[in-house]
Design a protein around this ligand. Structure first.
Ligand SMILES: *Cc1c(COP(=O)(O)O)cnc(C)c1O
Length: 483
């Protein structure tokens, strides 16, 4: 049986307090003088009345219901949830970074400007691009910035190109960004082997093509082998290539989008470059471009002159400002600390280990779970519950049962083009023992599917709440206590 925990409102006794305040030694003001009558409450606020110890236990218990990468294995594919080394946190809390103000005079924040300029340089090198803007506040915001740059580029050349080609394996933000950017999405189907279908691409491009948005490795975890052919087809039609680099965890120091033929890229510092993410932010989605697009970058651009830095607003072709001030600075500092700590060899090793770990999971889980593509994967692998279907078990049941074994489930039902998908991204920081534990749990669940499907359908049995109606829980969450 599940143990129902008392709510804080159900605990305590009237008059019980968590603190003792000394009696007021000045005359107490009349509340009526402080708060206009119309705004005063006539009834008690009915706050919980608990001791300090009860209060501490309450919040500690709540915090222990959380699951994060610091508490356990968190294999969310297509959303790199990698470990954030704690030195990043130390770095961004240094008072020279944390206590400056964005309206301070440039002369007094030279170090901060130097750091942002250095990050632009590092990311340009990693991406194979000519310049980078650190302004966008997240991945989707980077996509919007990138598409605005592409529109400005075409317009400047006197061309009105309005269509963005997006493969059906794309992340959902890609078509959403195109729509917000005032462009039209043309979806192309993937080839059965997971790659871009070159015939479909040739048929889709034309004089109205503004760009192709692509992620490589794709959201199927596969490297696009025909990427040069893809780039040639789009460029020959006058379009540009946009690289969704939100998850670049397979390619750091190994392959560069700029060398593959891409013109614009965004990174997610909060995924690949190890700064905390989840719960809605803050993030950072820097955008890199080839030199033809530099004149259109958002203002201000950081200009280096004779060893000092200034903010340059005098850029007549700029798309304008994409964000108040200069980007989410604290996130940029964390990613900077990560890049410096890793160095070029460390970044490459991280990507190699990420790919190795994903392939280790894939090769062992293939024993009992169907693998839709007979290829090595990159930083994440896709499996399905096709082999469990005859027992009436679905991917959702497998994910819920994993909770009973103490693991955060992987991404499920994405990518959309794979039926009953399970997408696993272990990342580079997990040990072989952790992966073996996870794999053992998955294989055990495959056995349970055959022997006792009902147990899976009823899972999870060991968590604070059982199986929720997920749609209602997401759309109409009840987050407020009512008497
Ligand atoms: C996470 C992700 C995005 C969106 O990034 P946000 O920071 O959440 O806006 C875009 N594309 C891909 C492939 C992603 O994984």
């Amino acid at each position: 049986m599940r143990k129902a925990k008392a709510l804080i409102f159900e605990m305590g006794q009237p008059g019980r307090r968590a603190i003792d305040l000394p009696a007021c030694d000045v005359p107490a003001p009349d509340a009526a003088d402080l708060i206009p009558d119309a705004f005063r409450r006539r009834t008690s606020a009915a706050l919980p009345e608990v001791s300090q110890l009860e209060l501490v236990r309450h919040y500690t218990a709540l915090s222990q219901r959380n699951f994060g990468v610091d508490s356990g294995f968190y294999p969310l594919g297509s959303c790199t949830m990698k470990y954030n080394p704690k030195i990043n946190e130390d770095a961004c809390r240094m008072s020279g970074f944390a206590a400056i103000h964005p309206l301070q005079d440039e002369a007094t924040v030279q170090g901060a400007l130097e750091l942002v300029a250095a990050m632009e340089g590092y990311l340009a090198e990693i991406a194979g691009m000519d310049a980078v803007t650190m302004q966008p506040a997240a991945g989707a915001h980077g996509e919007l910035t990138g598409l605005k740059l592409i529109r400005a580029y075409h317009r400047h050349r006197g061309e009105n190109r309005t269509k963005v080609i997006v493969p059906d394996s794309a992340h959902g933000t890609n078509p959403a960004t195109a729509a917000v950017g005032g462009l039209e999405t043309v979806e192309i189907k993937s080839h059965p082997d997971g790659a871009v279908d070159l015939e479909a691409l040739r048929a889709a491009v034309g004089p109205d093509t503004a760009a192709l948005m692509l992620t490589n490795p794709s959201t199927l975890g596969l490297f696009e082998k025909n990427i040069r052919a893809v780039a040639e087809i789009v460029h020959a039609a006058g379009g540009l290539l946009y690289y969704d680099g939100a998850n670049a965890n397979a390619i750091m120091g190994i392959s560069r989008p700029g060398d593959m033929g891409f013109d614009v890229i965004h990174f997610n510092l909060h995924k690949t470059f190890s700064t905390p993410h989840g719960g809605g932010g803050p993030g950072s989605g820097p955008v890199g471009v080839k030199k033809e697009l530099i004149p259109f970058l958002p203002v201000p651009v950081i200009a280096a002159e004779g060893g000092s830095y200034r903010l340059d607003y005098d850029r007549p072709l700029s798309i304008g400002k994409m964000q108040s001030f200069y980007g989410n600075f604290g996130v940029i500092v964390r990613a900077y600390a990560y890049i410096l700590a890793m160095g070029p060899d460390g970044l490459r090793a991280a990507s190699e280990d990420a790919v190795l770990n994903a392939n280790y999971c894939l090769s062992r889980l293939k024993e009992k779970f169907h693998s839709p593509f007979a290829r090595f994967c990159m930083h994440e692998c896709v499996l399905t519950s096709k082999d469990q279907k005859p027992y009436g078990v679905r991917t959702l049941d497998i994910a819920k049962r994993l909770l009973d074994y103490g693991y955060h489930p992987p991404t499920i039902y994405f990518p959309l083009i794979v039926e009953e998908a399970l997408m696993i991204e272990p990342t580079e920081t997990e040990s072989k023992e952790t992966l073996d534990g996870f794999i053992a749990a998955m294989l055990r669940i495959a056995d349970e599917a055959e022997e006792d499907a009902a147990k899976l359908k009823a899972a999870p049995a060991t968590t604070v709440v059982g199986r929720l109606d997920e749609a209602t829980a997401a759309r109409k969450p009840v987050v407020r206590w009512k008497a």
